[in-house]
Design a protein around this ligand. Structure first.
Ligand code: C5P
Ligand code: MG
Length: 158
């Protein structure tokens, strides 16, 4: 049996915070605002996994009002989502994702980000796809005010 899940996330761009994507810090003069480390990519993938097993959403498992998650590394959310899927009797077949950010260019960070995500989820790198897009200078992402991420996962019965 196969299940699919979809996730989306958005964070505001701010100066004075690191830009963390899939657990990798990308050198940049701005970062993303959030209660946790604001890793928009990890949040989208976490929600996709939680969605695939119909277990609510990321905010239900890790409320942003909980002081435990203030400044938390988001890879732990992802690890927890994988554990929930494992408990439900599923393993991840593959993950595909997109980060939408006007700049900086992210393609040189694709492999480290895929490696970081794969290691966190207990997958091989070829099971984890990460794509990058600009928003063509249109809207809040295009104007450099926010970053978005989308993810889809396929789970198979283990
Ligand atoms: O958004 P656009 O279609 O112009 O992106 C073209 C390519 O630029 C993408 O396929 C991706 O490889 C790269 N890109 C990037 N970092 C971004 C946005 C896009 O490396 N922040
Ligand atoms: Mg988020």
């Amino acid at each position: 049996m196969i299940r699919v899940g979809q996730g989306w996330d958005c964070h505001r761009i701010v100066v004075g915070r690191p830009l963390i994507l899939g657990g990798v810090t990308v050198p940049c003069e701005f970062g993303l605002e959030g209660h946790s480390d604001a890793d928009v990519l990890s949040h989208a993938i976490t929600d996709a996994i939680i969605g695939a097993i119909a277990a609510g959403d990321i905010g239900m498992h890790f409320p942003d009002t909980d002081p435990r998650w203030k400044g938390a590394g988001s890879l732990q959310f992802l690890r927890h989502a994988v554990a929930l899927a494992t408990e439900a009797g599923y393993k991840i077949s593959n993950v595909d994702s997109t980060v939408i950010l006007e700049r900086p260019k992210l393609k040189d960070f694709r492999l480290p980000i895929r490696e970081s995500l794969a290691a966190t989820m207990g997958l091989s790198v070829d099971q984890v796809s990460v794509k990058f897009k600009t928003a063509e200078k249109v809207g809040p992402v295009g104007e450099g005010r926010s970053a978005e991420s989308q993810a889809i996962v396929c789970l198979v019965r283990s």
